[in-house]
Design a protein. Structure first.
Lengths: 597, 383
């Protein structure tokens, strides 16, 4: 156990986590040159394209250090996005140390700060590392000071590396084995294994990634998942090198996998504790909680025939994504679909993209909404996942909305812009702190405002320099109203939104205007109205098109005319027929696309 | 599924692939040439091509001939005479059938036009496009407005009493008044037929890569409506989306296309459509596009591709053409020209009628006013 080092890498997107991980694997000979596909850990296409990690993974490496000893390095990769902060905390819980990777020219970003605080809270040894040190724009002195000012850890002997060119990487490995402590834990005590992650494999069922806190587990043991009380027969245990490699046992201090014939990842939820049936531990590891979706949106297949495929695709995605929730939803405008719960906006985008790309579905997504708590006049408390489900006004005693605490980190030049944005988003300032050239802002604001377009707006008002992290605080009563959108005088349920009363007039106008831009001109005039109850607050009109004719069509080559018409037909396929009106997918997200800058 | 009890009428199309200058809006198979083009070799290749294709139309009569381009008026009357003689000696032609030649106003002289008339060409289609020198320049035309007028006068003098003028509207920087002036000028020259069509930017053209600023759609629409009134007042009756003719002067050749007739295709880049009752099939085919390659290829190799139309294609392509005609079509024409049963139209037809795009009286279908304006939407119901 003295030669084991369990660590995570904390880094902002693009600061070079995956490249560094690849470099470690190379140096320790985990893969041959031929197997070394760039950025091994981000194995999903979408992960690689977006440069983010969605699922936690791990790799065990053998490192021969300068002291002549061979260390087992267990690198646990963590998801790199605010939507997945609980998963991050569980990954960190499995480690004794973390490398904080900071881009030597860009400096510290809010995401890393939040994760770094989590690591420090959990008692991890944090080793600061400046990456991309070979770039001309690198300013190590400034960034070291930033780390000390903002995060409050000693950083003057931070490792200076370039993961890309390999500079300093071996020195970093040396630092790692000397600075990060070996794990502790009694291998002879009853088993306590922390579930870091789990995923579904078509051949072997659920693979559970665990950190053994104490005790040991081997093939043929009978194991027990503590939150569910269910027992399983262990088929196989081992480590990732990064290839899956069976071992005789996993014991205290180690990180590895367990395969136990599970069919659903719900049976092995992140943060849960595994013990043995024969000799159970008397208490589960702390910190386990069920993840609740915070953002809901309706998704509907464009082709009604696709409903069954859609349900099947969701079930398959669910196999690997315990945080994904869905239930059938029926919309008078969009037909049969599902209301889907997500951890956040990125999670939603990823799911939508995977459904469209991997399952070849054409989907219409409605504007995402947060969960509202409604207390009715009869004293019931309802959880509202869909604006269309909001009770009549006279039945509502109070609507409560989720409030988050937002931590924003930005260069001081943009403080004015960002504060204006936070005020516009109904934010209340809790704290503002100058740290070197950076400013840390803490605001409370409604999650619904963040869901709308806060990310994009924050990036644009700070030219991409501001970074952002949030956590849910509480539900709080607010003066909220439902704004309905009518097309040719008919309410379209899928377009309804819940908005703060003070903003309803302005937003209603903006949505009606945006819808006018997004709905293409058709054979007839199309009237678009925004209404609160029976009160019309805004209207706009899509003027009828004059004609849609191919002027020239002489004999011979019909193929080009065909192409044009096929293209028009395909365009229509991606639209939803509502009465006589065809509404494109975009328009259902109009509320997100209102440009109020 | 396809069963021909008789075959549709058959036309002959011959493509001439060269121009002095390629216009930026043109998406036809035309190529600029330096100094000269290989006239004799091309005529020989066409004749060779015709002989090779004869078996596919054995025993059938030709009802019209159209020589298009490119700029076929660049051909010498001798070469054209050779070509026409070769056709007459190998094919049965309808007596006095329509023989059209496309002409560019920049390539015209009196003696040449008279010779064209003398060798049997009985219809000219002159590509005027506009009479406004500024717009002609923007369209990359090689002639002036004055030359355009002169070309029409020469055509009349040369004995062409069946004359089409091609005219465009919705040109870059064209006002409504200028568009109407062009139309009035054309009508005053007393052609029998006017093709008045809106400039559209086609893929694979220079304009597509560098789109010119075009007038507003609503303004073009007003111009189109006023122009149509003007044409009507001067006895030019619209019979197709962009075609207007004096009484009994509709273009027989184009009508055959629009009625889903057959056409044999000769020349570089030409497209043909042939129905066969022995195999109960309809095939489309197309020739090599590069003139030099077309000339050099053996007869069998001149055809660069072909496909048999599936039932769906046939219905759709029939509608793509037939619904362009103001009078629409009747079910009997549909059956004889497609070899399909009229029952296959029932569902889409009913949908089109429900949407107010198509009207039916007995066996006859035609687009409504709305359907004619939104023809693409109407046709796509059959796609």
């Amino acid at each position: 156990m003295q030669n084991i080092r369990n660590f995570s890498i904390i880094a902002h997107i693009d600061h070079g986590k995956s490249t560094l991980a690849d470099r470690f694997i190379q140096i320790c000979g985990g893969l041959t040159e031929r197997e070394m596909e760039s950025q091994v850990l981000d194995s999903m296409d979408i992960e690689r394209e977006r440069g983010i990690t969605i699922k936690a993974q791990s790799v065990s490496l053998q490192y021969k250090a300068r002291d002549g000893r061979v260390y087992q390095l267990n690198m646990i990769d963590t998801p790199g996005h605010v939507d997945f902060s609980y998963e991050v905390s569980r990954s960190l819980e499995a480690c004794e140390g973390a490398l904080l990777i900071v881009d030597a020219s860009q400096g510290v970003e809010a995401q890393s700060v939040a994760n770094c605080y989590t690591a420090l809270d959990l008692g991890l040894e944090v080793v600061p590392v400046l990456n991309k040190i070979d770039l001309p724009a690198a300013e190590p002195a400034r960034v070291i000071k930033e780390i000390e000012d903002i995060i409050g850890i000693e950083a003057k002997d931070a490792c200076l590396v370039s993961a890309k060119s390999g500079i300093g990487v071996e020195d970093l490995l040396e630092q790692l084995v000397t600075r990060i402590p070996a794990p502790e834990g009694d291998a002879d005590a009853p088993l306590q294994a922390l579930i870091i992650d789990s995923w579904f494999d078509a051949y072997v069922g659920v693979i559970i990634l665990v950190r053994i806190k104490q005790g040991r587990i081997r093939k043929s043991n009978k194991m027990l998942v503590m939150s569910t009380g269910r027992g399983y027969h262990v088929d196989n245990v081992g480590v990732f090198t990064p290839k899956r490699t069976e071992t005789s046992e996993l014991s205290a201090g180690q990180v590895g996998y367990i395969i136990a014939g599970m069919k659903e990842i719900d049976s092995a939820r992140v943060g849960d504790t595994i013990t043995l049936v024969d000799r159970p531990t008397d208490k589960a590891l702390p910190g386990f909680k069920e993840v609740q979706p915070r953002v809901f949106a309706g998704m509907f297949p464009v082709e009604t025939d696709d409903y069954d495929n859609f349900r099947e695709a969701l079930s398959k995605l669910r196999l690997n994504d315990a945080s994904l929730q869905f239930e059938p939803e029926t919309s008078s405008a969009l037909g049969f679909g599902f209301r889907i719960g997500f951890l956040g906006m990125l999670h939603m985008e990823i799911v939508q993209e995977r459904l469209e790309r991997e399952y070849d579905l054409d989907l219409i997504t409605t504007a995402p909404t947060v969960v509202y708590e409604v207390e009715t006049t009869r004293g019931e408390v309802l959880q509202i996942h869909n604006p269309a489900d909001l009770p009549e006004v006279n039945l509502i005693e109070e609507i409560r909305e989720p409030i988050i605490q937002a931590n924003i980190l930005l260069p001081q030049d943009y403080v004015g812009n960002v504060i204006s944005l936070c005020i516009e988003k109904r934010g209340v300032q809790l704290n503002m702190q100058y740290m070197g050239t950076q400013v840390a802002l803490t605001y409370e604001m409604p999650l619904s405002e963040v869901v709308l377009d806060f990310f994009d707006r924050l990036k644009s008002v700070s030219r991409g320099y501001a970074s952002f992290d949030y956590e849910l605080k509480r539900f709080q009563a607010a003066n909220l109203v439902k704004v309905d959108i009518l097309i040719n005088n008919e309410k379209v349920d899928a377009l309804a939104v819940i908005i703060h009363a003070d903003q309803s007039q302005r937003r209603g106008r903006e949505i009606a205007e945006k819808m006018r831009e997004l709905i293409p001109r058709q054979m007839f005039d199309i009237a678009i109205q925004a209404a609160i109850g029976r009160n019309i607050i805004a209207r706009s009109t899509v003027k009828a098109l004059r004609k849609n004719v191919t002027a020239k069509c002489y004999g011979g080559d019909v193929s080009r005319k065909r192409k044009l018409l096929d293209k028009q037909k395909k365009g229509k396929k991606r639209m939803k027929q509502f009465g006589k009106v065809e509404i494109p997918q975009d328009a259902f997200l109009a509320v997100l696309k209102v440009d109020n800058s | 599924m396809i069963e021909f009890t008789s075959l549709p009428p058959l036309s002959l199309y011959i493509h001439f692939p060269w121009c002095i200058h390629k216009c930026p809006y043109c998406d036809f198979n035309s190529h600029e040439f330096n100094n000269h083009f290989p006239e004799q070799n091309y005529i020989n290749a066409l004749i060779q091509d015709l002989e090779y294709q004869l078996p596919s139309i054995w025993g059938r009569r030709i009802i019209s001939l159209f020589i298009g381009g490119g700029t076929p008026s660049l051909l010498s009357s001798r070469a054209l005479d050779d070509l026409l003689s070769a056709i007459r000696s190998r094919l049965t032609c309808l007596p006095n059938m329509e023989i059209t030649l496309e002409a560019n106003p920049g390539t015209v002289d009196q003696s040449k036009f008279s010779e064209f008339r003398a060798i049997g060409i009985n219809r000219l289609s002159i590509g005027i496009q506009s009479f406004n020198d500024l717009h002609l320049k923007k369209l990359g035309r090689i002639h002036s407005g004055r030359e355009a007028i002169s070309a029409v006068e020469i055509a009349h003098k040369s004995g062409f009493d069946n004359l089409n003028l091609d005219l465009m509207f919705g040109l870059p920087e064209q006002s409504q008044q200028q568009g109407l002036n062009d139309l009035t000028n054309a009508i005053d020259l007393e052609p029998t037929h006017i093709s008045w069509y809106q400039l559209t930017i086609e893929p694979n053209t220079f304009f597509y890569k560098q789109p010119p600023a075009l007038p507003d759609d609503d303004d073009i629409w007003v111009l189109q409506q006023q122009g149509q009134l003007l044409l009507q007042a001067r006895d030019f009756m619209q019979y197709e989306i962009s075609a207007y003719a004096k009484k009994n002067n509709q273009c027989q050749h184009n009508l055959n296309y629009w009625q889903f007739g057959d056409y044999l295709a000769l020349g570089a880049g030409a497209h043909g459509k042939i129905s066969r009752s022995d195999t109960n099939s309809i095939s489309r085919y197309w020739q090599l596009r590069q003139p030099e390659a077309y000339i050099a290829a053996s007869p069998a190799e001149k055809i660069s591709g072909q496909n048999l139309l599936e039932t769906n294609d046939i219905i759709f392509e029939f509608m793509l053409n037939a619904l362009r005609l103001k009078q629409g079509f009747n079910l009997q024409t549909f059956e004889t020209h497609t070899g399909l049963s009229a029952d296959m139209l029932t569902d889409a037809g009913r949908q089109a009628i429900e949407k107010g795009l198509l009207e039916q009286s007995g066996n006859h279908f035609k687009p409504t006013e709305l359907g004619y304006r939104f023809l693409n939407d109407l046709v796509n119901l059959f796609n």
